[in-house]
Design a protein around this ligand. Sequence first.
Ligand SMILES: C[S@@+](CC[C@H](N)C(=O)[O-])C[C@H]1O[C@@H](n2cnc3c(N)ncnc32)[C@H](O)[C@@H]1O
Length: 634
Amino acid sequence: MSDKQAVSAKNDRDFINEQFVKACRFLESKSYESGEKALLELLEKVPGDLNVNLKLIECYINQGKYLDAFKVLSGILPEHGDTRAVLLVTPIVLFCLNDYDGAYKATLLLTEDERKDRQIQNIIQHSIMFVRFDEYSSLAEQDVIGLIEAKSISESDFFSIAQQLAGFKLGLKNKELNLNMNELVSDQLLLKLLSFSYIRSAALEDVITALRNKLLTFSLAEMELPDSLVELAQAVSMQSFNNEYVHYISEAEEEMLSELEEMLARLVESEEWSPFDVEGLFLLLCMYRRLYDLPFKDKLLEVEMAAWPESLKPLVKLTLYDVNEEVSWLEKVESIGTVDSDVSSAVQKQYEESPYPRWSQLYLPQAKSSYQEYMRNNIYGYEEPEQSKEDYDVLVAGCGTGFHPLSLAGSINGNITAIDLSKQSLAYALMSAEKQGISGVNFYQLDLLKVKDLKRDFDVVESVGVLHHMNDPEEGLKALLAVVRPGGYLRLGLYSEISRQQLVKLRELYVKSGMSPTAHNIRAVRQTMMNSQAAQDVFGVVNQFSDFYAMSPCRDLIFHAQEHRFTLPQIKKLLKKHKLKFLGFSGLKRTVVEAFVQTYDVDSLVNLDAWAEFEKANPNTFNCMYQFMTQVPD
Ligand SMILES: C[S@@+](CC[C@H](N)C(=O)[O-])C[C@H]1O[C@@H](n2cnc3c(N)ncnc32)[C@H](O)[C@@H]1O
């Protein structure tokens, strides 16, 4: 290089350095447009310069120009893809573009220290639930366990990721099941997955059922549960409790369980017995049965909690004492009148045996509001009248286990009355009201066909998921309308024919079986459903229906004593016949409403013809049920 060339090169370098420093100052002072201009000028001179490109990415991100940031990143990836700075910025750019799967997977390429960075931690927490894994990742497992322990991930989000990872570990992908109990017993992810709530995957259910069988068979052959397997048996027992014992039990298992039960019964009836002597055998039984359902439950109830071994205490609490407490609430349920209709009796029997839904937590607003405001926030297309009163009298008809009226009681000002056919559901509701500290809801056991026996009327009647379980839903509608004050409101939830199409195919399998819906039969028919070739196409969809994976929700979903389904034209006709004004739907996903408004307009939110057309084009618009508000004439 000649002296002249060297001087010119130095001048160029100086210019580049100066320009870069200038651009950095612009960014520091948040003058992003000037910074962008300076960086783009620089890139004309040094197009491949890594630092300049990275600064430009930062500049674009700060301006919300995510696509531009992505374009710059794509340009430097081929040459600098392995560079730490590029690896670090990649998840940030992808996250900004809402590519959560890509963003999370990009964090897996970072070092342990880099992943501790606050921004990266934030990306991990908010993207992990959207990931579709192709293979097992121990880092992802650590992330999901960390998030669940820190309580920074919801139950359903935890499940979406934990089930995928557990599936790989259990060998679901390569169809060679890993039932190595010594390995699985220390598997924190699996243990948490089983204990936390019920699993929602047919494939995983198969493995857990096989694992349970192996634990039982192996331990009974030895006549003891080895200490090393206690934690696993505990987790499997918790899983059975969580799914309300819906998993299939083979005949061979039933035989072994009968023997086990008889053996424990003899022991418990004898005067001198200690739960410590038979800790393992009880744990085995807990994998299949609630302790409260055993014929010798009264003897077990005589044993104080302190006398049970540590490994059994959580199960004894949940499956013996808590159930006993729930039952004790039965006598506090006030009944009005009798149930005369056959269908009401069959439906009542179902919900006495399987109260639904079982729930533990309410999601309440910071402060209560008026019912009108509640409607404004929840009913799409609802227009508030100019005048309204503050405290409404509300009836919840078919209140089930109380989630619905207690949520209302914690959200609105007013007086709430709740009725249901099922005493067991009402006992659960009363007990939950006390646990949640919510007072003021009056619960009664009463067939809604006889709601007039309450001898009063209401500003609002809400009945969600109820009328379609009656012999004649219109008869139920008339009974409810008779207690709504003029100008008052009626909110209904009715099954959608279109969105339940796939479930109907499963229900047909049940109807064809001709079996009565006992727990034993539901387990057997469910197993046939899961194995049947005809149901394979349905299962893709059923996996969306987590209700399939626990007893009372599954019974409600597919094995119901009575089920009607509606189309929107039918609902329109029904509302017209009873002079009800349609005020709008609730319970829809925000994205669905946005898509609807884009296709039609805001005014059409109360147009049932438009919704019927929209649902036809988008069969998953309504999640199984239409939930909507109507108003009766003045
Ligand atoms: C699917 S559950 C819905 C519970 C509640 N509405 C909810 O959304 O969580 C249906 C409830 O309606 C009740 N039910 C059905 N027919 C009824 C009737 N004729 N009178 C009163 N309750 C009834 C059942 O006992 C059951 O608890």
